[in-house]
Design a protein around this ligand. Structure first.
Ligand code: ADP
Ligand code: MG
Length: 250
């Protein structure tokens, strides 16, 4: 455990999490704690349950069994106001899902106005602030189709940040991008990490994991096989399954 976990309280806590789709048990008892300001990268082969785990953390998927806490609130409590909790959790997907008929600014202001009931001026101010944060202030009035994939993903990150989340979940945010566009997106995420955002990042970018993550979690077959410092999990894996996975990435 890092000092962030020991010092603060857990921002994300997953306890005894199971998830099945029909007969297919995809998550088989996941326990995970992420401290405030901690960055955890989740790695593992395709089909190991990484996306399902991330989606359970904001209840886009309903766990079959187990508990999920974010900021001390239990999401899996049947009485919880899930919409209210979900507002505290930002999520960025492989696909950017921007509205093509809206400008960049409008993409950022719409959810603020609809979901947070912010006024026009405040929503615009927050949008401008977050476009600046991802280095796209000059694209405020552009339409998504005129942007590169990397720029669109940075807009999607800014849209998420405009909602003022306490934690950010990323599911392979750079996997759909041309290689030359990956760096700019990772740079934005790195800055966010340095600003102290609590982040859970599913990624195949081992350099990012090594340099930015406080911890790396290796999943295989619906369980966490290994959880530790990047230098240990990536540099000196203890388990054969981790070694095998990493050797195939090179
Ligand atoms: P990963 O992100 O590690 O590639 P996923 O969490 O996407 O893995 O998928 C793990 C397993 O769960 C796969 O076998 C996949 O087919 C299954 N799965 C994921 N989502 C659904 C769903 N909505 N319905 C049925 N099966 C699903
Ligand atoms: Mg996935």
């Amino acid at each position: 455990m890092t000092e962030k976990t020991l010092g603060g309280h857990a921002e994300i806590q997953v306890r005894g999490l199971y998830k099945s789709f029909g007969d297919n048990e995809v998550l088989k008892g996941i326990d995970l704690e992420i401290g405030r300001g901690e960055v955890v990268c989740v790695i593992g082969p395709s089909g190991s349950g990484k996306s399902t785990l991330l989606r359970c953390v904001n209840l886009l998927e309903e766990p079959t069994k187990g508990q999920v806490f974010v900021g001390g609130t239990e999401l899996t409590d049947p009485d919880v106001d899930i919409d209210a909790v979900r507002r505290r959790i930002g999520m960025v997907f492989q696909q950017f899902n921007l509205f093509p008929h809206l400008t960049v600014t409008e993409n950022l202001t719409l959810p603020q106005r609809r979901v947070l009931r912010r006024g026009k001026a405040e929503a615009a101010r927050v949008a401008a602030e977050n476009l600046e944060r991802v280095g796209l202030a000059e694209k405020a009035d552009a339409y998504p189709s005129s942007l590169s994939g990397g720029q669109q993903q940075r807009v999607a990150i800014a849209r998420s940040l405009s909602m003022g989340p306490e934690v950010m979940l990323f599911d392979e945010p750079t996997s759909a991008l041309d290689p030359e566009l990956v760096g700019d997106v990772l740079a934005v995420m790195r800055r966010l990490a340095e600003e102290g955002m609590t982040m859970m990042v599913v990624t195949h970018e081992m350099t990012f994991a090594r340099e930015v993550a406080d911890r790396v979690v290796f999943m295989d077959g619906g369980v966490i096989v290994e959880d530790g410092a990047p230098a240990q999990v990536i540099g000196a894996p203890r388990h054969e399954r981790t070694r095998h996975f990493l050797s195939r990435l090179l």
